[in-house]
Design a binder for this molecule. Structure first.
Ligand code: COS
Length: 388
């Protein structure tokens, strides 16, 4: 935790400068090459960005959730692919270890994650288990041989962000095949170089070039028993849900950052572009689109900060996290859509970058739980509160 406001402000200023001076100028190159330049990844390491959420005791910056979202507001005012470089490591890939790992697991993995030497990926989704995560079919069957206790993992994980770069997977697999639901699922820390792990071809996506997903196939992978997260079977689904609660606030902050950038580009264009003898920003119908966007962006920003503060205060924020993810991702989609409208034909042409953002942000309403899953989580929690 950065308790000193001046030190935290210096971090925010450094991230803002880095975003403007290094990331924004590289946006087109990333879109064209589908790769983040290694020098940018190295700069992220040197700034400590891989360790934002890892406690100081394990070599990270140990930011509070509120500090994390404020950093994301700055870091995400550019193509979201840049955030993806650190996203799974500071987010869903590492947080299971932090929340439920044993002391040995934390000591072994977190310092390397914090230094950016190891990229973590979160392996939950499967071809037949997306929104219905508890129905996952990947199995991890416990056994014993001359080398000791282990699990044999078989199955396929799908759309795994950063899998091609991953050094470890936080893997959810079924240790109790007789329990087809959440209770049969356990979490594992799986080193990506184990024999029997195969990566599929990199998915060709609608947007977010530079951020890679692919299938990860586990074919008789022998995972030492000590890699069972927290050393206890049957807790993997709950670990995944807790990780996603935090991940959804993180992602909502990403949406706020990207929307700020899109809106500022649209505003600048509206003040420069002239039609009917005046800047189009003078037209009230254009102003309405700008004003609606600013209003919704402000609402999302307030929600994200509030949810982050509540989580920092120790509250269970499943509902608030889902509200933030739902509202901020939908808001970001509307802001991107209005930005295309404000730019008109130019908004549809690649040179201006707005159509790229429009495609990039479409993912926000899908991953880490679709908007419909957020609605379901919110409503179910509401019903639980009123039903005995
Ligand atoms: N924190 C802690 N525990 C939680 C939890 C949370 N946020 N949410 C659920 N749990 C617990 C429940 O309390 C329950 O425990 P008990 O059996 O001890 O009561 C268990 O987990 C199962 O919960 P539930 O019955 O609600 O599970 P469901 O299968 O009905 O599904 C949803 C829950 C739909 C909410 C879940 O599958 C989900 O979030 N799906 C979307 C997955 C997703 O986001 N995928 C994106 C991939 S990662 S990029």
């Amino acid at each position: 935790m950065i308790r000193d406001p001046q030190t935290f402000q210096a971090l925010l200023d450094a991230v803002r400068r880095f975003t403007r001076e290094c990331l924004v100028p590289a946006e087109n190159e990333v879109a064209e090459t589908d790769a983040i330049p290694p020098a940018i990844v190295q700069a992220m390491r040197e700034m400590g960005l891989f360790g934002l959420t890892i406690p100081e005791a394990h070599g990270g910056l140990g930011l509070t959730m509120e500090e994390e979202v404020r950093v994301l507001f700055e870091l995400c005012q550019t193509s979201p692919a840049f955030r993806s470089v650190i996203g799974t490591t500071v987010g869903i890939g590492s947080q299971g270890i932090l929340m439920d790992g044993t002391a040995e697991q934390k000591a072994h993995y977190l310092p390397r994650l914090a230094r950016g030497e190891l990229i973590a990926s979160f392996a939950l989704t499967e071809p037949e288990a997306g929104s219905d995560a508890a129905s996952l079919r990947t199995t991890a069957i416990r056994g014993r041989d001359s080398q000791g206790e282990h699990y044999v993992v078989n199955g396929c994980k799908r759309f795994i962000t950063n899998a091609p770069q991953a050094g470890l997977f936080t893997l959810m697999a079924r240790t109790d095949p007789s329990d087809p639901g959440a209770g049969g699922v356990s979490a594992f820390i799986v080193d990506a170089d184990l024999p029997g792990i195969h990566l599929g071809r990199i998915d060709r996506k609608m947007g977010q070039r530079g951020a890679h997903t692919c299938d990860v196939v586990f074919d008789g992978v022998r995972v030492p028993a000590g890699q069972l997260l927290g050393g206890v079977e049957g807790r993997g689904f709950k670990t995944a849900m807790k990780v996603l609660d935090k991940g959804r606030i993180h992602l909502a902050a990403v949406c706020v950052g990207v929307a700020q950038r899109i809106l500022s580009d649209a505003l600048r264009y509206a003040t420069e572009r002239r039609q009917f003898g005046q800047a189009i920003a003078e037209f009230q119908l254009v102003q309405a689109m700008l004003a609606d966007s600013r209003t919704e962006l402000y609402a999302a920003e307030c929600m994200v900060i509030d949810a982050a503060r509540r989580r920092d205060d120790g509250a269970h924020v499943s509902t608030e996290a889902a509200c933030c993810k739902l509202f901020a991702s939908e808001m970001c989609g509307r802001v991107a859509d209005r930005a295309v409208q404000i730019l008109g034909g130019a908004g549809y042409i690649s040179d201006h970058g707005i159509e790229r953002f429009y495609r990039d942000v479409r993912l926000f309403r899908l991953y880490e739980g679709t908007s419909q899953i957020q609605q379901l989580v919110i409503a179910r929690n509401m019903l639980r509160e009123v039903q005995p």
